[in-house]
Structures are given as C-alpha cells and as structure tokens.
Design a binder for this molecule. Structure first.
Ligand SMILES: Cc1cc2nc3c(=O)[nH]c(=O)nc-3n(C[C@H](O)[C@H](O)[C@H](O)COP(=O)(O)OP(=O)(O)OC[C@H]3O[C@@H](n4cnc5c(N)ncnc54)[C@H](O)[C@@H]3O)c2cc1C
Length: 401
C-alpha cells in the first residue's frame, strides 16, 4: 500500500461525482474519485436528461422533487457551475385506462408541494398545435420540470468536488478491491498504485455486476442498450417545445434549447430483454435493428408536423437495470466498508443531487429521516423477494414510472 484515503468513490458519472461533492462539503477527510476513462464515460455521457417529479412511488416523487429544487438553484448552490438545466415544462400523456391513476398521482404530488396540475387534451392541443392527442385521454403538466445536460452536470459536480478538495482521477480504473480476513475493505488497486482505505463507494453504474463479483456479491444489474433518435424540426417549428412523456405510446421526447432538434427515447419495458448485454464492457455504441425506426414512427404519430423532417442522428447509451427498475442504495454489511449507489435503471440523472446528499450522510453515519428513505432501496430486497412496487401503477409503463 503506498497511498491512503479516507473514502474512495469509484465511477465518474453523475452519481459518483455528486456523492464525492457532498462528502467534500462535510469535511470527510481525503476523498478520491476514480474514473476508469473520462468523466461521464457511461450512462451520464448519453442521457437525454429529463428532470421531472412524476413517479408512481411516493418516495421517488419526494426524492425527485428535492432534486428538482437543487437543479433550479444549481449554480448558486454548487460554486457557480452550470448543469445545463432548462425548466421548459413537462407533460405526461395517458390513455383511457390510466386516467384515474394519473388523477390520483397528481393529487398526491400536489399534497407534497409539487407544482403539477391536470390539463385537458384540448387545452394542450390549443397551446401546442404540433401535438396530435387523438388517443390521449388525460394530461398532467409540471411547469417547473424540464431537462439538463448529464455530461455537463457530471463535470460541474466533479469540478466543484475538486474545488473542495476531492482528488478526481480520470483514466484510473479500480482494478481490484482488497479485503482482510474478516472481509472488511482494506484498499483499492489501480494501475499505478494501491490505495489504502476502509471505505469504498461503488458508483460504477452499468458495470455494477462485474464490479461486485470481485467481492463475492451478485448484483442483479443488467446492462441494457437505450436508443435515441434525433429529428431536425422544420423552420416553421424551430422554437423549442416542452418535454413530453407519452405513456400511451411508451416513449419520451424533448427539444434542445439551442438547436432545432427533438430527441426521442424508448420507455417500453418489453424491449429491454432484447437489448440486454452480457457485460457492460460489451457496449460499443451499438444500435439494435428496428428500434430507431419504431421510435421515429412514434414521434411522427405524436407530431405529424415532423413527417418530412430529417433524422439528424441515431445513437445509444447504456442503462444499468435492476429487476424492479430501482437503484441499489445501501451499506453492504457482508463487505464492511462498502457502500453502493448503482442500478438507476434509466432514471438516475434527475435524482443525482439528492442521492449525493443522502448517500454522503449514510456513509458518514448521519442517520435522519431523509437517509432512512434509502432503506427502500436496500440490496437485500432481492433476496427477500420484496421488490419495490408502487401503490399505483400505469397499465403499460409498469415499473418504468
Ligand atoms: C439514452 C439515455 C437516456 C436517459 N434519459 C434519462 C432521463 O431522461 N432522465 C434521467 O433521470 N435519467 C436518464 N438516463 C439515465 C441516467 O443517464 C443514468 O441513470 C445516470 O447517468 C447514471 O449515472 P451513474 O453515475 O450511476 O452511472 P454512469 O454514468 O454509467 O457512471 C458509471 C461510471 O463508472 C465508471 N466505471 C465503471 N467501472 C469502473 C472501475 N472499475 N473503475 C473506475 N471507474 C469505473 C464508468 O466508466 C462510468 O463513467 C438516461 C440514460 C440513457 C443512456
């Protein structure tokens, strides 16, 4: 061992960067953030970045609401750095079978303070004439929601962490975790040196299964390819539009603020087994056949004005997906010194600031009502057969909401 750290955070995505930053804010000693390649090398480099509070589970809605507030005050809160956040508004569209669920959720979300309301499809069509809502029965609107830039946010969080003393090391993979005879963490192996530490925070996203295998754990986190189609809107419709979450056609789309591009992604869970990879390292930016054409058709159905609009780009990123589409946020008792924040299943970006806050306090032993919320996301839920389920659920989107 030739170096010592109090805490080593592994994985330079938005989650690892947020946790490292919040640790630094609480004077946690020497904190290292290790990234195997460059910051935002994984999911955080490719995310569409939608930030909304509309969740079916009350704890997730609460966490998303707390995070949304942090995105609104991001620059003031985090040393002047910018997350690329645009509060362009967010619409949720549902069909007849989900009207009662939407109404109940809007009421619940209003009671916790979220700025959300129901809008009639006719009123939305009058406001946004490019939308075809012929198969939509009800709509909710969150005016304060929108989108941010996941890579920009990751770099902002990491830069602020570095300003506060975190040693951010890119091109530094954690190659091995050292344990003593009791299974307690004693260090981390990197290509150039060993780092002696008693505390490791696993934030490796879709690499979670591979990472935890080395300490004898089986994390049910499957790397899944998520596709994005980018369409260039015509000059007549150059103005950016709000985010749309389409729970009828199981897709989501948003506009860039500074280019005439609309980005659409898939939220149909039936595709995920088909897009699964054996290992996160197998991901090479591949696109599975057929899905981009289908996403394009879904966009044209919802926005007929884009009929002649060219596809500017198709690309993919990777999600780390758990069986209930919820992350693992825990202290791992079987490996003393190991903490995990992985498996965000395609919705981790919006939660990253609040996860940084809560996980840092869990690591520092500062238990309070906020940190207690993390128990919902304990690793043992998979062995207990206690997967996270929402009291209310949409008929098609299922756990993805
Ligand atoms: C196409 C797409 C659209 C999305 N849309 C949204 C959205 O609209 N809203 C939303 O909230 N979320 C969205 N997401 C999900 C969101 O981007 C992720 O949940 C989030 O970025 C996860 O961040 P992370 O830090 O956990 O993981 P990652 O960003 O994957 O970071 C993990 C990091 O760990 C590093 N690493 C792995 N192994 C090691 C090792 N041994 N040593 C050192 N480093 C290692 C990797 O290189 C990587 O940089 C989307 C994702 C994709 C791909």
């Amino acid at each position: 061992m030739n170096e010592t750290a109090d805490i080593v955070v592994i994985g330079g995505g938005c989650i690892g960067a947020a946790i490292a930053l919040y640790l630094a804010e609480q004077q946690s000693g020497k904190v290292l953030l290790l990234e195997q390649k460059n910051l935002a090398n994984g999911a955080s480099g490719k995310g569409i970045g939608i930030i909304r509070t509309h969740y079916t589970h009350p704890v997730l809605a609460q966490l998303a609401y707390e995070s949304l507030k942090l995105f609104h005050g991001f620059s003031e809160r985090f040393g002047g750095y910018d997350a690329g956040f645009h509060a362009c508004g967010y619409y949720v569209l549902v069909g007849l079978e989900d009207v009662e669920t939407l109404k109940a959720l809007v009421t619940r979300h209003q009671t916790i303070g979220i700025n959300v309301g129901l809008v009639s499809p006719q009123a939305v069509e009058a406001q946004l004439p490019f939308l075809n809502l012929s198969d939509v029965a009800a709509v909710a609107y969150e005016p304060d929601s929108g989108y941010g830039s996941p890579p920009q946010t990751t770099r902002a969080l990491a830069q602020r962490a570095a300003d506060l003393g975190v040693d951010v090391r890119v091109q530094t993979p954690a190659m091995n975790i050292y344990l003593d005879n009791q299974g307690q963490i004693t260090g981390v192996q990197t290509p150039t040196r060993d780092i002696h530490t008693r505390t490791v925070v696993d934030c490796v996203g879709p690499w979670a299964r591979k990472f935890t295998q080395q300490v004898g754990l089986t994390f049910p986190v499957v790397p899944i390819v998520e596709h994005v189609v980018v369409v260039e809107r015509p000059l007549a419709w150059a103005e950016p539009h709000p985010v749309v979450s389409d729970l009828v056609n199981l897709c989501y789309f948003r506009a860039d603020a500074s280019t005439p591009y609309t980005r659409i992604g898939n939220s149909d869970p039936q595709y995920h087994p088909k897009f699964a990879l054996a290992e996160a390292d197998d991901y090479q930016g591949q696109l599975f056949p057929g899905i981009c054409e289908e996403l394009h058709q879904k966009l044209l159905h919802r926005c007929p004005a884009l009929k002649s609009a060219p596809v500017a780009e198709t690309y993919s990123g990777m999600w780390g997906v758990t069986p209930d589409y919820q992350p693992i946020l825990d202290r791992i008792d079987a490996v003393p010194g190991l903490y995990c924040a992985v498996g965000f299943s395609g919705h981790g970006y919006k939660l990253s600031p609040i996860i940084g806050d809560l996980m840092s306090r869990l690591i520092l032993g500062k238990m309070d009502r906020g940190v207690e919320l993390l128990k919902l996301f304990r690793f043992s839920r998979f062995q207990e057969g206690a997967l996270i389920q929402s009291p209310l659920s949409y008929s098609l989107a299922k756990g993805l909401r």
